[in-house]
Write a protein that binds this ligand. Structure first.
Ligand code: UGA
Length: 439
């Protein structure tokens, strides 16, 4: 099959590369010549483990290429994927679909006409219910003689584990009722079906909603355990054991029950807001989703107070070392990262911040130019009055705590990801605070 992937952001690039790795011929297209130049030079505009090597392998095999020329890419394509950004519209939280619609219009002008021609146009970006209908309308307006079908195929990959998630998904969701389009989609995902990955064929609107409902449910799970963590702290219980104790019930499941500083990233915050707006428009109360959004925002703000409280109520003049800035490990993504709420609040309260993150410091600089960025973990810790872990990168899990104690000005560790064992650190003489444990 020949595939055109429009948009080389996270979803587009990973999906394109993985389809190529399935054996299809894939052309990834982006309007940004800088991104395409980087990709053609063997670079990768985002940090994602394994991606660079997979790109190199498939480019070398002649299955994967990058271009700004949409017309050349579309020529002969069985499927054209729209994987452009759908950011939150400033101010109102609706998903901004202007990039999706612009792509649809351009594609419409380029798909072939004629008896044999049939192009499947697939929305892979996360798009609100009904977007496929509008894409279809735009396409019909601009390609009145084209034979095409608009299909929804949401993506469920996680940053940092994207390749594995794409190649070994729990399920694939395809929204179409058109048999010819269904056959193309089956062929595209054939290697997964050989592995017996379940495929949910459904209507387009249902498929679009599945994506939002999945993200909102996961965000709810995290927010639920975060609130239980607060209760654990107040009543003297242990949140990790509560999570294990409830997660072993298969109806609940153990994943996404790690208490922490609140969810961030490019998906949960944006998608929960967009879902809430869709519900408002439809006059349907999604009160749980609204509560999750508010609780998560409040939680991120409260984390700064938690740090201040752990340090005796006043951080004025204290030097605080922050380990981890990205919204989660294995990414350089800073979008809606808890660190972006916590750090400015600590600065407002008079603290001086020294931060370190293995990948996200360049990104972080554009949001927080005035804090100090250390070159490595131990120089970040050196001379600090407290060590705060915000993101659970692997390299922070196995710090030499004796050395840490010597380097710190005062032995305070605040671990917002619960990656250390309290007893051990307290035995070593640290004052240790984490999330959802009795102090
Ligand atoms: C999320 C979903 O997990 C993917 O399935 C989905 O495809 C993606 O959004 C998307 O819509 O594109 P992602 O945002 O990459 O993926 O990251 P997650 O691993 O889901 O983490 C999201 C946030 O939740 C992070 O801030 C993480 O620290 C937090 N989290 C996650 C917790 O606080 N506790 C947990 O138990 C799990």
């Amino acid at each position: 099959m020949k595939v055109t992937m429009v948009g080389t952001g996270y979803v587009g690039l990973v999906s394109g590369v993985c389809f190529a790795d399935f054996g299809h011929e894939v052309v990834c297209v982006d309007k940004d010549p800088g991104k395409i130049d980087t990709l053609n030079a063997g670079g990768v505009p985002i940090y994602e483990p394994g991606l660079e090597a997979l790109i190199a392998k498939n480019v070398q095999a002649g299955r994967l290429s990058f271009t700004t020329d949409l017309a050349a890419a579309i020529d002969g394509s069985d499927a054209v994927f729209i994987a452009v950004g759908t950011p939150s519209r400033r101010g109102d939280g609706y998903a901004d679909l202007s990039f999706v619609y612009a792509a649809a219009e351009e594609i419409a002008g380029l798909i072939p006409t004629g008896d044999e021609a049939f192009t499947v146009v697939v929305t892979k970006s996360t798009v609100p219910v009904g977007t496929g209908d509008e894409v279809e309308r735009i396409m019909a307006e601009h390609a009145p003689r084209g034979a095409f079908e608009v299909v929804s195929n949401p993506e469920f990959l996680r940053e940092g584990a994207a390749i594995d998630d794409f190649k070994r998904p729990d399920r694939v969701v395809v929204g179409t009722k058109n048999a010819q389009a269904e056959a193309v989609m089956r062929e595209l995902y054939r290697p997964l079906f050989l592995n017996e990955t379940p495929i949910v064929f459904t209507e387009r609107r249902t498929s679009e909603l599945i994506k939002y409902a999945a993200n909102a449910f996961l965000a709810t799970k995290i927010t639920f355990i975060n609130e239980v963590a607060d209760l654990c702290e107040a009543v003297g219980a242990n949140v990790q054991e509560v999570a294990r104790g409830i997660g072993l019930d298969k109806r609940i499941g153990g994943k996404f029950l790690h208490a922490g500083p609140g969810y961030g990233g490019s998906c949960f915050p944006k998608d929960t807001l967009a879902l809430a707006r869709t519900a408002e428009e439809a006059n349907v109360a999604l009160s749980i989703v609204s509560a999750v959004i508010d609780a998560n925002d409040a939680r991120k703000r409260r984390m700064a107070n938690k740090i201040v409280a752990a340090l005796g109520g006043d951080v004025h003049g204290l030097r605080i070392c922050i380990l981890g800035l990205a919204f989660k490990p294995n990414t350089d993504d800073m979008r809606d990262a808890p660190s972006l709420t916590i750090i400015p609040r600590l600065i407002d309260k008079g603290a001086e911040i020294v931060a370190y993150d293995p990948e996200a410091m360049n990104e972080a600089r554009s949001h927080m130019p005035d804090i100090t960025y250390a070159t490595d973990v131990y120089s970040a810790i050196d001379g600090a009055d407290a060590l705060v872990i915000i993101t659970e990168w692997n390299e922070f899990r196995a710090l030499d705590m004796k050395r840490v104690k010597q380097l710190l000005n005062a032995p305070n560790v605040i671990d917002l990801r619960n990656i250390y064992r309290g007893e051990r650190l307290r035995d070593l003489g640290f004052s240790y605070t984490n999330v959802g444990y009795p102090a």
